[in-house]
Write a protein that binds this ligand. Structure first.
Ligand code: EPU
Length: 354
């Protein structure tokens, strides 16, 4: 086991923020992780799991031992009557996995093309786009307990998926007199993820951006590859490529409010973009709220609100004069304050602040 010291993290976070890992171990296999956990010098040390680095804001050097997940491999593990079960190592790049599944005749993840990040991070926040969420294609995952070194497997129900949420985002808590909650945040490292890709493939259309494209072109996509190409085109037009402009995707979650709260806001803001959810609540478009508060294109230092999509904060200084985590969080807080003052809604940020 090699513990690297003072490792620059700029190449490993999609904002391109400059920071160091004081110590870092590359995890290429379950055995690598088992070796770290069996080492008495590392057992009690706090640990930080680094995947694709596409959902983090680094506000300084990282003091916990960084476990950089580099477990690779993509394969068809099984076939059932209804689905292909595909497995990928947690260190695989998400978009490359989506492209690989299509190339190998296992469609179903095309709507999730071009989401930055790694396979191992995908269940943590239940990534989703254009009408498909990870939980719709998830079969199971393997993980290792960071305290005991035990490996275990979770199915979808055990992952407790929600909108950009899972058991991996919550810590366990024993509430006196209340209900104890179970969580795995900081306690487990996801090593492999399996996906169930239905043999009876059906296109998932019906999302506003796709409908708009159908209306514009007069064409309806009929193959997985066509949808994949369309999604890539739509994302390129709206979202900055992290290889060119540093960012962490949507910086805030779309908030949900009750029907009553929504009606109240609509009276004051008739144009507010909102979507009714199956459980009766209403989801509001955070990008619309932020744009309505005049933030599009505004900046704090080298942190800016992206011109084409107000939900995305970017590093406008590039790699030469990069944004700092402090600038990103100052801008994020200013946005939260103004959205709260105007709409009475507190936006929750998506990335993990380290
Ligand atoms: N809108 C604005 N101004 C903006 C941005 C959006 O008015 O600056 C309005 C749009 O007009 C549209 C609505 O907000 O009516 C929704 O916008 P969009 O379809 O772009 O989706 P989103 O809600 O902003 C979510 C996900 C994205 C995902 C897209 C497509 C969240 C937090 N974000 O964005 O996910 O790609 O839907 O499905 O749920 C990510 O999580 O990193 C991410 C990019």
């Amino acid at each position: 086991m090699l513990v690297e010291k003072n490792v620059p993290l700029q190449p490993y976070n999609s904002f391109g923020i400059v920071a160091k890992a004081l110590s870092l171990v590359r995890i290429g296999s379950e055995a690598d992780l088992a070796a770290v956990l069996a080492d008495p010098a590392q057992q009690a040390v706090p640990k930080f799991i680094l995947g694709g680095g596409s959902n983090i804001v680094l506000t300084g050097d990282v003091k916990p031992l960084v476990l950089k997940v580099e477990i690779m491999g993509k394969r068809l593990v099984r076939e059932t009557a209804k689905a292909f079960i595909v497995e990928a190592g947690a260190g695989e790049n998400w978009h490359e996995l989506v492209a690989w599944t299509l190339a190998n005749g296992f469609p179903g993840m095309e709507n999730l093309a071009m989401i930055p990040g790694s396979v191992g991070a995908s269940p943590v926040q239940n990534i989703g786009a254009y009408g498909v969420e990870l939980q719709d294609r998830f079969e199971s995952l393997d993980a290792m307990d960071l305290q005991t070194g035990q490996t275990f497997t979770l199915d979808a129900a055990q992952c407790a998926f929600g909108y950009r949420d899972s058991v991996f985002k919550h810590a366990s808590s024993a509430v006196a007199g209340g209900t104890a909650t179970f969580g795995l945040a900081g306690r487990a490292l996801i090593t492999r993820v399996r996906f169930a890709l239905p043999k009876a493939w059906k296109p998932v259309l019906g999302y506003a951006d796709l409908d708009r494209k159908i209306a514009q072109t007069g064409e309806v996509p009929t193959t997985p590859q066509q949808i994949f190409d369309w999604i890539c085109e739509i994302r390129r037009a709206k979202l900055p490529d992290p290889a060119v402009i540093g960012n962490a995707g949507s910086f805030f979650k779309n908030p949900t409010v009750s029907r009553e709260q929504c009606d109240d806001i609509i009276q004051r803001e008739p144009k507010i973009v909102h979507y009714p959810m199956a459980d009766g609540s209403i989801k509001l478009a955070a990008g619309w709220l932020i744009e309505a508060c005049g933030w599009k294109g505004k900046s704090v230092g080298n942190a800016a609100v992206y011109e084409c999509q107000a939900l995305v904060l970017i590093n406008k200084g590039g790699s030469q004069n990069p944004v700092t985590g402090g600038e990103v969080m100052t801008l994020a807080k200013a946005i939260q304050t103004s959205v709260y003052e105007r709409f009475g809604i507190l936006l929750e940020h998506e990335p993990v602040v380290v």
